[in-house]
Design a protein around this ligand. Structure first.
Ligand code: DX5
Ligand code: ZN
Length: 227
C-alpha cells in the first residue's frame, strides 16, 4: 500500500490581516487546518463557522476543521454547513460520539476524533472502527507555538497497536509543536498527517516549510519499513 505523509498548515499561526495571501502561500499543502476555540474547552478564542466560509473561498484544499469546543454535539452541524471537509471533535467533550460520526458521514465528509495528551488511547476503542482520522494532540490545546510533549510517542505507539487490533487504518494526525525537526520521528511512530502552525507560518518561505515538513515526514515512512 502506498504510504504518504500529508501536511496541514494551521492558519491559527497565520497573519489574519492577509489571510487570502497566507492561504495562497501554502497551496502546495494537502489540507488547511482550521482551529476552532471557544474560550471554554480551551483558554483561547479563535474563529467560528463564519470565517470558515471565508477560508473555503480562499483555498481549493480540503479544510480540516479541529473543533476545540465544550459543546461539539450542539455546534458541529454549523461547521458541516460552512464546508468542513474533515471534521474533528474532541472525545473529552462529546456526548454522543457515534451520532456525530454518522451525521458527518451522511453529509459525505470525513469524521475524526481528537484526544488530549492526558487522555488514554484506550478510550478510542469503542469508536475507532468508524473513523477516517484520529487527531493526537502533542500539546495541551489552546495556542500555537507550544513545545511538543515527548509522551506523544507512547500515545502514537498505543494508537498504532489499537488500529492494528481492530484492522483499521484511519489517518493519524499529529497536532502541536511539529516541525521538520521531529516530523520523521512522529511519522515513524505512526502519524501521517502533520499539522504545522508556527513551523509553517513563522518560516520565511511558507511553501518551502510545507515541503520540508513533507520531506522529513517521508523519511519517517522509511524508518517504519525498516523497523
Ligand atoms: C493548538 C492547535 C494547533 C496549533 C498548532 O491548540 O490545535 O493546531 O495551531 O500550532 P503549532 O504547530 O505552532 O504548535
Ligand atoms: Zn489544531
Amino acid at each position: 500500500m502506498a504510504q504518504t505523509v500529508y501536511v496541514s498548515p494551521s492558519i491559527l499561526a497565520a497573519d489574519f490581516l492577509n489571510l487570502g495571501a497566507e492561504l495562497d502561500s501554502v497551496r502546495n499543502a494537502d489540507f488547511i487546518h482550521y482551529d476552532v476555540m471557544d474560550g471554554d474547552f480551551v483558554p483561547n478564542i479563535s474563529f467560528g463557522p463564519g470565517i470558515l466560509r471565508t477560508v473555503k473561498r480562499g483555498t481549493d484544499l480540503p479544510v480540516d476543521v479541529h473543533m476545540m469546543v465544550s459543546n461539539p454535539d450542539e455546534v458541529f452541524k454549523d461547521y458541516l454547513d460552512a464546508g468542513a471537509d474533515i471534521l474533528t471533535f474532541h472525545l473529552e467533550a462529546a456526548k454522543h460520539a457515534h451520532r456525530m460520526v454518522d451525521e458527518i458521514h451522511k453529509r459525505g465528509r470525513r469524521a475524526s476524533v481528537a484526544i488530549n495528551p492526558g487522555t488514554a488511547v484506550s478510550s478510542l476503542d469503542a469508536i475507532i472502527d468508524y473513523l477516517d482520522m484520529v487527531l493526537v494532540m502533542s500539546v495541551n490545546p489552546g495556542f500555537s507555538g507550544q513545545r511538543f510533549i515527548e509522551h506523544t510517542y507512547t500515545q502514537l505507539n498505543k494508537l498504532t497497536t489499537l488500529c492494528r487490533s481492530h484492522s483499521v487504518r484511519p489517518m493519524i494526525e499529529i497536532d502541536g509543536g511539529i516541525s521538520p525537526k521531529n516530523a520523521s520521528q512522529v511519522v515513524a511512530a505512526g502519524a501521517n498527517v502533520l499539522v504545522g502552525g508556527s513551523a509553517v507560518f513563522d518560516a520565511p518561505d511558507h511553501a518551502q516549510a510545507v515541503e520540508d515538513m513533507r520531506t522529513c515526514g517521508m523519511r519517517g515512512i522509511d524508518l517504519r519499513s525498516r523497523a
